[in-house]
Design a protein around this ligand. Structure first.
Ligand code: G6P
Length: 374
């Protein structure tokens, strides 16, 4: 009811603003990267705990749907770079029906807010039926079917999420997946104590970093006022920020009904550049990372065709607003955790565009919070 909403107009807005708290709760008690963090599901037999499982892992298979799938796509970059584990991410409804090659040394990771999504549960059971018994879920509901059926679990503490479009569940999933990456790296002897301490310190700064980004809401509202009249939008990113761009596009289509598409920026010239006109805003996720210079030339390609850029930069990105170029600068530089921070203005953009268009933000047409039938 209205009382629960407090100062917020919708649950989605409230949940976006709860993210500093949700991340802090999810990381509460995490003093060190220990295997026990992943033993919230008490289904493992002796010798099958997280420590033994992580040491026996030589590849990761992530299965999920919707926003949770994009969390998996971010995690793939972390797992390959930091834990040096090959990682495949699959849409659960595809994986469950395709012929694939099982490897018993795979850690099967499902990601699900509800823990009840029919396709994700079926994909898990399919992997098990192929002989893959090392299963772990990153899930927001401790009592869910998914936590019951996986051997290992990291339970995120986003709290109940009511808005159909997922927000705080996504960022807490990413926090859990980053910890999982560190745990796997450690089990493989790839993480020094100093590196562990540094990563954990950066994670503990996330609530403050998110708070500072939420304070950019007025700037995002000015963008949203411009987006409200649009029919199409393109989202660009590279590397870790490509799935962030995908999640931004998903948020926009879910609740504003504006057609939005995300592309890895290097693919622009292989198709979407043909769509660019001044009528289509191009949102670019542009923190200062190893690919920024490449991304800047992709942005030039858009500008040269009269496209209008909406750029999310960070404190270290040297791009300034100008003609056809709108920049919102996040106040810090977030390194490997940048994906968690940069999605927040995209959530706010979708939210305020939906408010400006007068759509039913918390209950978008044709969509359900939890898809428990196929
Ligand atoms: C539905 C929801 C999405 C969610 C997806 C997967 O489509 O509307 O917000 O991302 O299901 O749900 P899960 O509970 O498995 O994360």
């Amino acid at each position: 009811g209205a009382a629960e909403l407090g100062p917020y107009r919708h649950y989605m807005q409230k949940e976006i603003f709860e993210q500093p708290r949700a991340i802090a709760d999810t990381l509460e008690g995490v003093e060190a990267v220990v295997p026990e963090l992943f033993e919230a599901a008490r289904n493992h037999a002796p010798g099958e705990g997280a420590h033994a499982t992580f040491r026996a892992t030589d590849q990761v298979l992530i299965l999920a749907c919707g926003t949770s799938y994009y969390a998996g796509c971010v995690a793939k970059y972390w797992l390959e770079a930091i834990a040096q584990l090959p990682c495949a991410v699959e849409i659960a409804s595809e994986y469950r029906y395709r012929e694939s090659v099982p490897n018993p040394r795979t850690l099967v990771v499902t990601i699900t807010q509800s823990g009840e999504t029919a396709d994700t549960l079926a994909a898990l059971r399919h992997a098990q039926s192929l002989g893959m018994q090392h299963t772990l879920t990153v899930c927001n509901v401790a009592t869910s079917a998914m936590v019951r059926e996986c051997k290992l679990a990291y339970v995120t503490r986003a709290g109940i999420e009511i808005g159909v479009a997922s927000t705080k569940a996504f960022t807490t999933q990413l926090a859990g997946l980053f910890l999982l990456t560190l745990a796997l790296a450690q089990a493989r002897g790839l993480l020094t104590e100093a590196q562990e301490a540094e990563h954990l310190k950066a994670m503990r700064q996330l609530p403050n970093a998110l708070q500072a980004v939420l304070a950019l809401e007025p700037q995002v509202i000015t963008w949203a006022e411009q987006f409200a009249a649009k029919e199409n939008a393109l989202f660009l990113g590279r590397g870790l920020h490509y799935p962030v761009a995908q999640e931004g596009a998903l948020k926009l289509k879910e609740i504003t009904y504006i057609h939005a598409e995300a592309y890895a920026a290097g693919e622009l010239k292989h198709g979407p550049l043909a769509l660019v006109t001044s009528a289509m805003p191009v949102v670019t996720v542009a923190p200062n990372d190893a690919l920024l210079e490449k991304l800047k030339s992709n942005m030039q390609e858009v500008r040269a065709r009269g496209g209008v850029l909406y750029v999310l930069a960070d404190a270290d990105t040297h791009i300034d607003s100008g003609d056809g170029l709108h920049v919102i600068r996040l106040p810090g530089h977030y390194g490997a955790l940048s994906a968690i921070v940069h999605v927040v203005p995209l959530q706010l953009l979708a939210y305020h565009t939906a408010v400006a268009r007068g759509t039913d933000v918390d209950k978008p047409r044709n969509l359900a919070k939890s898809v428990t039938v196929e």
